[in-house]
Each structure stands twice: as structure tokens, then as C-alpha cells.
Design a protein around this ligand. Structure first.
Ligand code: SF4
Ligand code: SF4
Length: 360
């Protein structure tokens, strides 16, 4: 009964901020479906989230990063995920968007830690080589983050840097993801560069509803957003891959929509829902916009997937036996000329099923 009353009050609070009950249920239903749940979970998630409006505290900490994840979140259309997240939760500390600064901000952080029981979001990586690479308020960031994690209910690593070290890991700071510090708390990794707002919102909605993390894969990513979809399997350019048609000259309009493997596409090794749930509120996503996939949702990003825009000399695509890109292209062209579907031959030669098949 209390929950119902709290939900009604929460819906009213959201309405006062311009988010109608109807649009909130619609958003929650979309989030439920993206998480692989039945549509009937939408209203349930909306009710649970509305009941939590302004109650569940959130602490957002930022290590080594470019603030792109915060930017990504707050640049969404109106009423975007940022607005919903901020309206839903009681944001106690966020170094980029909070009004307070200096001692006031530090006191807010300390007070949140004293009370405990908050959702801790990490943006950016944690420098592990030398604490002096990131000092906040004169203290090592790694130490501060460990202190916050110890008082948190759950930790969410938002973006590639926070999840696995991301781009900073290619430098000298020993940059690592949250897992290097968080040992005894539930940890949810939401890698991508930047964090995808719909994934962050959906994960928070799931947590508020079920009081636990969604099912996670071996890299601690929610399965429905990542492990369920191999980029290469659902790519709009896949037909050209099958035909051995690889874009080689960016300036050739005749091949503009061909496969981007030669341009460094990491799609064959990348698990992500990008081709199904597009970015920027459903406007587009990398490959469809003409850019190869950088594999930003994978732990290998960025240093082990570098260079980003050049073909990999020995790219161990699943089922392709580590064949290098030119040989692969040549082989595929020959096979398709013979009228044989590439994936069928590759699997027959390798004697293996692909990872996705193994899951089914
Ligand atoms: S290599 Fe990249 S561009 Fe080519 S089909 Fe696979 S995912 Fe698409
Ligand atoms: S398409 Fe690839 S590079 Fe682009 S956001 Fe998705 S996983 Fe990252």
C-alpha cells in the first residue's frame, strides 16, 4: 500500500517536472523490452521507479576521463534519460553538474558516504600506477573511490574507461576499471565510449524494480545489452561482407556502403546492441553513419583494438581462424564467386559453431 501511495506521489512529482505518467510508462516499457523482459514489466518498472523518486541516493564520481559520459547523458533530447535519472534519484554528488564546489561539494560527498546505501556511478578510469595521477581534494582518487564503494549498495561503471580502463589504459597511468577496486559489492559494467544513456537508464530502472543487477556476462555487462548481439551478425553491411565487398577508398561513392573490415571494423569481435537500439535517441549508430565499429563495448578497447581506422593485420574474427584481412577478403571473394555462403564455409572449415550459436 505504501509503495502504491509512494508511486502515485512519484508520478505526481515527475509530472510537475514535465514527465507525464503516460510517457514515463512508455519509456519504462521500452527499457523493459530492451532488457529482454515482457512488455508487461513496463508498468511494474514505472511503478517501482516512481515510488523511488527523490529517495534512492546516487553518488557520481569521476576519475580519468573526458567527461564525455556525463555529456552523453545530459545531451539527450527532452525529456531525455538524464532528466529522468536526475528526477528519479536523489543525486547527492556529481562533480560536473552539481551547483556546489570546493568544500561544499566535499561535504556533500562525505555526508552521502556517512548515510550509505547509495548507487555509486563511476565515470572515467582509476589510475593504479601512481596515486598522484589523479588527486581530488588533495587525496588519491583511487582511495576516495574505494571509500565510497565500501559504503555503496551497488556500483555502476559507466563507459569504457570506468569499466575496463578504456582510452587512458593506453597511457602510463596504469588506468583500470572499477573492478580493480570493487571487490565485495555488486558491480555492473556499462562499457561504450561514451556510455549509452538508454543503457544507464534501463539498468537503474531494473535495479530500482528488482533490487538486483540484471543478468551479467563474464565481463560483468548486462547480457541483454551486450552478449546477446554480435555486431557482425546484425550489421547492415553484412551482405557486402558475404560478397567479399570491402570499402577501401573513403572517397569512392560506389563502395560507400560496403563492409568496413579494411577500415578497421571490430564488429566481428564486438558484442553490443548498437545496430538494434540506435544512439542519440534512435537517430543512428556508428556503422550506419559510415564509421567502422571501434569495439568500444569490449574489454580490449582501446589499446588492444588499435589502430582504430586501419585494417588489422591479423584479426582473429570468430570462426575465421585468425586469417588476416587481405587473405580473408581474397578468400571470401573466391568463395562467393563459387556461389558458397561465406559463413557456411568458414564454419565448415573451422569445424566450429560461432559464439552466438553456442548460446542458443
Ligand atoms: S566487419 Fe564490420 S562493417 Fe563488415 S559486416 Fe562485420 S560488422 Fe559490418
Ligand atoms: S557501433 Fe561499435 S564503436 Fe560504435 S558505439 Fe557501438 S560498439 Fe561502440
Amino acid at each position: 500500500m505504501t509503495d502504491k501511495r509512494e508511486a502515485v506521489a512519484g508520478f505526481a512529482a515527475l509530472a510537475r517536472r514535465g514527465v507525464s505518467r503516460r510517457s514515463f510508462i512508455k519509456l519504462c516499457t521500452a527499457a523493459a523490452v530492451a532488457l529482454g523482459l515482457d512488455v508487461s514489466y513496463g508498468p511494474r518498472m514505472a511503478g517501482a521507479a516512481a515510488a523511488a523518486v527523490g529517495k534512492k541516493p546516487l553518488v557520481w564520481m569521476q576519475g580519468q576521463g573526458c567527461t564525455g559520459c556525463s555529456e552523453s547523458l545530459i545531451s539527450s533530447f527532452d525529456p531525455g534519460p538524464a532528466e529522468i535519472v536526475l528526477d528519479l534519484l536523489s543525486v547527492r554528488y556529481h562533480p560536473t553538474i552539481m551547483a556546489g564546489a570546493g568544500e561544499v561539494a566535499t561535504e556533500a560527498w562525505q555526508e552521502a558516504l556517512r548515510q550509505g546505501g547509495f548507487i555509486l556511478v563511476l565515470e572515467g578510469a582509476i589510475p593504479m600506477a601512481d596515486p598522484r595521477f589523479a588527486l581530488v581534494d588533495g587525496r588519491p582518487f583511487a582511495e576516495q573511490f574505494a571509500e565510497a564503494a565500501a559504503r555503496a549498495e551497488v556500483v555502476v561503471a559507466a563507459g569504457s574507461c570506468a569499466a575496463y580502463g578504456g582510452i587512458p589504459r593506453a597511457g602510463i597511468t596504469g588506468a583500470a576499471g572499477a573492478q580493480a577496486v570493487v571487490k565485495d559489492k555488486p558491480l555492473i559494467n556499462l562499457p561504450s565510449c561514451p556510455v549509452k544513456p538508454t543503457r544507464l537508464l534501463g539498468t537503474l530502472l531494473y535495479y530500482l524494480t528488482f533490487k538486483e543487477a540484471p543478468p551479467l556476462d563474464e565481463h560483468l555487462r548486462p547480457v541483454p545489452y551486450y552478449r546477446r548481439f554480435l555486431q557482425h551478425e546484425s550489421c547492415p553491411r553484412r551482405g557486402h561482407f558475404e560478397q567479399g565487398e570491402f570499402l577501401q577508398d573513403w572517397n569512392d561513392p560506389d563502395t560507400a556502403d560496403w563492409c568496413l573490415l579494411y577500415k578497421g571494423c571490430k564488429g566481428p569481435l564486438t558484442y553490443t546492441d548498437c545496430s538494434r537500439i540506435w544512439w542519440n535517441d534512435g537517430v543512428n549508430y556508428c556503422i550506419r553513419a559510415g564509421s567502422p565499429c571501434s569495439g568500444c563495448t569490449q574489454p580490449e578497447f582501446y589499446d588492444r583494438f588499435s589502430p582504430l581506422y586501419k585494417k588489422q593485420e591479423n584479426f582473429p574474427a570468430p570462426g575465421i581462424l585468425g586469417m588476416n584481412a587481405p587473405a580473408l577478403a581474397k578468400g571470401i571473394a573466391g568463395l562467393t564467386a563459387a556461389g558458397v555462403a561465406t559463413h557456411a564455409v568458414v564454419r565448415a572449415v573451422s569445424g566450429k559453431k560461432n559464439e552466438k550459436e553456442d548460446e542458443v
